[in-house]
Design a protein. Structure first.
Ligand code: TRP
Ligand code: ZN
Length: 891
């Protein structure tokens, strides 16, 4: 009855309203159950949705039902099997409104839609990727399938029937348990899936295709058997064995660490080649970017293995933190994401090395979250408003969100933290919860007041923590003065003092923590100082010698630290701090200062130099057999060019940073040459490839050493021979990186690039690496290379992994060419983003965030970036996603 429905076109601006947390209201109607039928055909998919609804008690009978819809139109609308009269329904660009619905009791609303998944280039809702039908519904994709109360606080059970051609679509999957299959005749078949756990629409999923299957089983701690399946494109299931292993390890870990058991008879994962993000935790049917499933030693690096392990664990852990307990509204996104990142970080720390994982997480936080928190895209971990929710799947929500959970654990201690988690699972299972609900569980379990701590969720920006010391040798007394300041940033949120847990140690000359008495001042629990006020001090006594202060151990709060340690103190800590994380940080702080200083020298036309004592500290960490190789690799990895840019803060000249960093690499490489060569020989010649953490650590160390040796010698030969002799992708790609970045245009580099392409041209995931390595070459000419690659026959703007490999890597990972002084890098990226925006707004908006630090550059570059952004902002046809990022970047 399409003709009877009035379609009122609305203004586009209506799409772009600001949603505010204080406007949250429960829906006037409750959803009891959802019944869906999907009929997959080559040219269209028919969807019939029947929802059982009930008006909430106290809601006026005149109150209409408003359902969201996006780029769909209703083919049929019926209430209790009767077509609705046309005057009772209004359809517009963002959904439909139904009036004259039953005043009380449940009723059935049937809505039919017809979709064209092949034309869905946004990859939200139902789309087809390489012949596979699949869905992505978080955050607001379900409304692209049918009209619905598409918000996370509307929980319902789903029954899904899928019909398709038997031969070309043998695999039919949805959430929950498979309850029925059968033949329909005429070459068609069907499957019915029932999900008994009430869930919000964003966790809905459907897959149909001709897929290969890797199957396994898992017995839960209570003895239930679960069938595990990983589905891949044809011929690729072998690549999923490590992912399957990681899945089983995740399931065991969550039982042991958090007492959380899996709850359905099946757990399926489907690996898809076109996917906007890493993966999605749909109930019982996780859908993954196949980059986070498929691996083998010839084509995947150690960091790819680590990435698969992390993402598999992350999505699995969402079954409890996200699915069993979901979010009341999208402002609470960190309730599931921050907590789940914390859980996957803890998993990796337990499975691999805790200090190495912590170093990697903090490096990531500083590289991604700090610039976001200190620039125009700043927002609190729990935002108070948004225009486009897709743009809030950010490092702040995920990674700083995880830091906040970690701080709760540090404040409470492990026992009370676990008690708080247990209470959270028990109290809120089956609910859509808020941050307040979450924090309250920890307050009740521990008896502590977390109201000051909770400010962290609402205040954007990185606090500066200043620590100064006063040591009275004759009294054996040390006083620490601690203060915190939060600058007002672009988000305009409050800047009140927060409760900051500061882990510390007083290191004696024997390399052990000294035992001291707390004389008074701020409260201290074991090795944690609780700073709650803007400024507090704390005094320790009974110290027989001046200790070296090791502060903010394990990065116990996400702050910028200013302390009064001398370079000699830092070198001492780098050598003997019992806290391995702080050992790394001491060295990294020295190197950061040295790089800032060297950059200033380059700009003054002077020679950048490194204190030989610092170079020696690096060389001796490399050769210290008492430390594991992965840790030594971290000690040796200099702060990145963007780390240095952030330390400099303003008037940044990326070319000067690059030259300074190269000069320091050469000096360290020169000083350590003999030791590095000897060590490289020791590390080489291991047996068959194994992806375990210890082997990966040895490869990481050997490859850092190769970079130093290549920088210092100026000789491409060691990298060229490692390239051609490599038996695994980690070593091959590291060698290719050194050849193409250090010796661009050289015969060795060109030969290796050609060989790499020839060898791996049929493997899309490896070809992504081939694009990315060229896009990140630290030279202004990389822009011309990238421009040429954008017309390469294997470049596809419509595939998110490929777009990210070329354009994302260039914009976010090439400080020199993206930030070219002539502005050509900015203009190229802005043009490409504009083209991409017509296909996939989530990806164009994501790549556009590379502009976020534009105000930090020296005047010329700043002006060029500003112009490119203004030009983009002036386009009339930007998506809501891209418009939001561009507008905020300019604010
Ligand atoms: N919830 C997913 C995760 O963190 C994130 C995600 C996957 C997502 N696909 C998305 C978010 C698409 C927004 C849009 O595991
Ligand atoms: Zn997640």
């Amino acid at each position: 009855m399409t003709r009877k429905i009035r379609i009122i076109p609305m203004q586009r601006t209506d799409n772009n309203q600001t949603i505010r947390i204080e406007n949250y209201r429960p829906t006037p109607f409750e959803v009891r159950g959802v019944d869906m039928v999907f009929r997959l055909f080559p040219d269209r998919t028919e969807v019939e949705t029947t929802t059982e609804l009930e008006r909430r008690a106290g809601i006026d009978a005149a109150e209409p039902l408003r359902l969201s819809g996006d780029e769909i139109s209703p083919k049929r609308i019926a209430v209790n099997e009767t077509e609705v009269a046309s005057h009772t329904v209004t359809v517009d660009e963002n959904g439909l409104t139904l009036r004259d619905l039953p005043a009380n009791g449940t009723f059935r609303l049937r809505i039919d839609t017809v979709l064209d998944p092949a034309a869905n280039s946004k990859l939200m809702g139902l789309y087809s990727s390489n012949g596979v039908w699949c869905t992505q519904c978080e955050a607001e994709g379900f409304r692209r399938i049918t009209y619905f109360l598409d918000r996370p606080d509307v929980l319902a059970t789903y029954r899904v029937r899928i019909e398709a051609d038997k031969q070309s679509v043998p695999v039919l999957l949805s959430n929950g348990n498979l309850t029925e299959t059968g033949d329909l005749g005429e070459g068609r078949h069907y499957a019915v899936w029932d999900d008994p756990f009430p869930k919000p629409s964003y966790l809905f999923a459907l897959v149909g295709g001709d897929l290969d299957l890797l199957q396994d089983r898992f017995r839960t701690q209570s003895g239930r058997d679960v069938t595990l399946g990983i589905y891949t494109e044809k011929g690729r299931a072998n690549g999923a064995t490590y992912a399957m292993d990681a899945l089983k390890r995740s399931m065991i870990w969550d039982e042991r660490r958090f007492g959380r058991e899996y709850d359905l008879d099946v757990f399926n994962i489907v690996a898809i080649s076109d996917f906007n993000m890493g993966a999605m935790e749909n109930k019982g049917l996780n859908i993954f970017n196949h980059k986070y499933v498929l691996l083998d030693p010839e084509t995947a690096t150690d960091s790819d293995y680590a990435g698969v392990e992390t993402v598999i664990a992350h999505e699995y852990f969402h079954n409890w933190t996200g699915n069993r307990i979901t979010c009341r509204d999208w402002f609470q996104l960190c309730l599931k994401e921050g907590l789940t990142v914390f859980r996957d970080q803890e998993f990796t720390a337990d499975e691999r090395s805790a200090p190495v994982k912590r170093i990697a997480s903090v490096r990531g936080l500083k590289a991604h979250q700090f610039p976001e928190d200190q620039g125009p895209l700043q927002h609190p971990v729990r935002p108070r408003e948004y225009r486009e929710i897709s743009n809030f799947y950010t490092s702040t929500v995920y990674d700083k969100g995880a830091e906040l959970v970690r701080m709760i654990e540090t404040i409470l201690g492990k026992g009370d933290f676990r008690a708080g988690m247990d209470l959270y699972f028990e109290r809120h299972d089956g609910e859509a919860a808020t941050i307040e609900d979450f924090v309250r569980c920890f307050e009740e379990a521990s008896g502590r007041d977390l109201s000051r701590f909770a400010r962290w969720y609402n205040q954007a920006g990185t606090p500066v923590l200043t620590v100064t010391q006063d040591f009275d040798a004759s009294a054996g007394r040390l006083t620490l003065r601690l203060s915190q300041v939060l600058a007002q940033g672009s988000a305009g949120t409050p800047t009140e003092p927060v409760h900051m847990p500061i882990r510390f140690g007083l290191v004696g000359s024997n390399g052990q923590d000294m035992i001291a008495r707390v004389e008074g001042g701020a409260s201290v629990d074991g090795d944690v100082i609780h700073l709650r006020e803007a400024a507090e001090s704390v005094t320790f006594s009974g110290l027989s010698e001046r200790p070296t202060l090791s502060i903010l151990r394990d990065f116990s709060a996400p702050v910028t630290l200013k302390d009064d340690l001398t370079p000699a103190d830092r070198l001492t800590l780098a050598r003997l701090d019992p806290n391995e994380f702080n050992r790394w940080r001491a060295l990294s702080d020295i190197l950061g200062e040295a790089l800032v200083d060297a950059t200033a020298r380059v700009r003054r036309g002077e020679e950048p130099t490194l204190d030989p004592a610092v170079a020696d500290a690096l060389v001796s960490s490399a050769t210290n057999e008492a430390l594991d190789a992965a840790f030594r690799a971290q000690m040796l990895s200099l702060p990145s060019e963007s780390d240095v840019a952030r330390l400099i803060g303003m008037d940044v000249d990326p070319l000067a940073i690059h030259r300074a960093r190269e000069a320091i690499l050469m000096q360290v490489g020169g000083r350590g040459m003999r030791a590095f060569e000897a060590l490289a020989r020791d590390l080489a010649g291991e047996g068959p490839f194994s992806p375990d953490a210890a082997s990966a650590g040895r490869r990481a160390l050997a490859n850092v050493l190769l970079d130093y040796r290549s920088a210092a010698s100026g000789d491409p030969e060691p990298a060229a021979s490692q390239y051609s002799g490599a038996t695994n992708m980690t070593d091959r790609l590291a060698a290719l990186g050194i050849l193409t970045h250090r010796f661009p245009g050289s015969p060795a580099a060109e030969a290796a690039l050609d060989d790499f392409h020839t060898r791996f041209q049929a493997n899309d995931l490896v070809i992504d690496k081939w694009f990315a390595i060229q896009a990140t070459s630290p030279s202004e000419d990389a822009l011309e290379t990238v421009r040429a690659l954008s017309t390469h026959p294997q470049f596809r703007l419509s595939n998110p992994n490929r777009a990210r490999a070329l354009l994302g890597s260039f914009a976010a990972g090439n400080q020199i060419a993206f930030n070219r002084a002539d502005g050509a890098g900015y203009r190229f990226v802005a043009e490409m983003i504009h083209s991409l925006d017509r296909l996939n707004p989530q990806i164009s908006a994501r790549i556009a965030t590379a502009f976020r630090s534009w105000r930090c550059f020296e005047t010329n570059r700043r002006g060029q970036a500003h112009e490119a952004l203004e030009e983009l902002a002036a386009k009339g046809d930007l998506s809501a996603d891209l418009r939001d990022i561009v507008d905020r970047s300019l604010r």
